[in-house]
Write a protein that binds this ligand. Structure first.
Ligand SMILES: [Zn+2]
Length: 425
């Protein structure tokens, strides 16, 4: 489709990418699922404010941070009339995972020489447990002191996108479509897209930079439903319970025993879906059981729901008097379904890699991303590598050269999309 064109006229030094990344990871932005605040923690607003300042200083237009902490910046197309040009959205999330502390992150930079990496507090990133390390000898890695996560998930993405913004602002002749820079909050607790009016973004396509390593395109995710099963029994003193007590706990046990163990996350991998009971609470009078239903094929979720309804029916028959109600709500959908509506999303992602001599690896995610939410709301959003490794852990590290490559892929996408009209048909 397109000839090979290295983006920068002068070699890119990576120094400002590294400097940005180091700065961003030192802002504590751990998401908090227990919080009712939007965003869930104030540090996300703080990092967002800094991004607003930096985008403004770069000369990006329409820079804003809304009440939910979402930061936007925009550059109109210089290749076509903005009304007829495609709008390319770059997205990453500023929050970090609650699984591991993100307070007082002390990033450490090293040229990787091979072998284990010993962190300041003595923890080791072991080469034999981290197979990708063998491919990173000679590269610049950023680790922590071993007491926190690093936050490369997804401040690597934030730094990559800010560097793309900086390059476009400094090179007004670099051909571009309309470009929207979008930084979201609380992705790690599933609320990244909740506060966003996705159609109002006006995007033709979006790419999240929120993946591991380099050269991977995530083009498929699970489709996901959540189920809540309520068991209602009758409680009465056990002394006088004969023929009167209806024990919701026994009903829940009966129900759970009917779920096929081979359909559990602990027994499935690859393309296989699962039904996963993950939380139970209650007593004799009532029990609330929460499950997640997952499959790459959305229609299989219907079969999973039928499985729950059948288990409920048999539980009612086995425990007379018990009420069992199954409620299922959709969570997100496999992005592959939405990507089919905008074939350019994957074609140009592929081409952007190919232009740099990279054969991308297509990988499915056994989970969801902000991209699955965007895609199901009409904005096709594959996920791209951002140099992340060992995420959500004190053993986390990021690779600077991989981040620089992601920046380069982003610039290729800008160039490729500059030629595209808003609609593909
Ligand atoms: Zn992430």
């Amino acid at each position: 489709m397109s000839e090979f064109q290295p983006s920068p006229a002068v070699p890119y030094s990576m120094a400002s990418l590294l400097e940005r990344f180091i700065r961003y990871v030192q802002v504590e932005t751990t998401a908090d699922a227990e919080s009712q605040l939007v965003p869930s923690t104030p540090g996300q607003l703080e990092l967002g404010r800094r991004l607003v300042t930096e985008l403004t200083e770069l000369g990006i237009e329409r820079v804003s941070q809304d009440a939910a902490g979402v930061v936007r910046g925009y550059l109109p197309s210089n290749a076509r009339a903005p009304e007829s040009a495609a709008t390319l959205v770059f997205n990453s999330h500023v929050d970090t995972a609650p699984d591991c502390s993100g307070r007082d992150v002390k990033p450490s930079i090293l040229k990787y020489q091979g072998g284990d990496i010993v962190l300041t507090n003595g923890l080791k990133i072991r080469a034999n447990e981290t197979p990708e390390l063998s491919g990173l000898v000679g590269k610049t890695l950023i680790t922590t002191d071993g007491n926190t996560l690093l936050g490369g998930d997804d401040k690597a993405g934030v730094a990559i996108i800010m560097e793309i913004a900086a390059h476009l602002a400094a090179n007004p002749d670099f051909p571009r479509p309309n470009v929207l820079f979008l930084f979201t909050c609380d992705e790690e607790i599933g609320r990244g897209v909740a506060s966003i009016d996705v159609p109002a973004l006006g995007g033709t396509v979006a790419y999240t930079f929120d993946g591991g390593g380099s050269g991977v395109i995530n083009h498929a995710t699970f489709s996901a439903n959540q189920a809540v099963v309520e068991f209602t029994g009758v409680n009465i003193h056990p002394a006088i319970a004969k023929d009167r007590m209806v024990n919701a706990l026994r009903a829940a046990g009966h129900f759970l025993a009917q779920l096929p163990p081979e359909m559990s996350p602990e027994r499935t991998e690859g393309d296989e879906g699962f039904v996963h009971p993950y939380q139970i609470s209650g007593g004799v009078a009532s029990v609330r059981l929460q499950l997640i239903l997952r499959d790459f094929a959305t229609e299989k979720l219907v079969q999973q729901e039928t499985l729950l309804q059948n288990a409920a029916e048999r539980t009612r028959a086995a425990i007379p008097g018990v009420q069992v109600e199954v409620a299922v709500v959709p969570q997100y959908r496999n992005m592959e379904e939405g990507l089919a509506d905008e074939p350019r999303a994957m074609e140009l992602a592929w081409q952007a890699h190919a232009n740099l001599g990279i054969t991308p690896k297509l990988e499915k995610i056994r989970g969801g991303t902000d991209g699955s939410q965007f895609t199901s709301q009409g904005l096709p959003t594959p996920n791209l590598s951002a140099g992340q490794h060992n995420i959500h852990s004190p053993l986390e590290f990021a690779c600077l050269e991989e981040m620089a490559q992601a920046r380069e892929i982003g610039l290729q996408l800008v160039r490729l999309w500059s030629r595209e009209p808003k609609c593909h048909n």
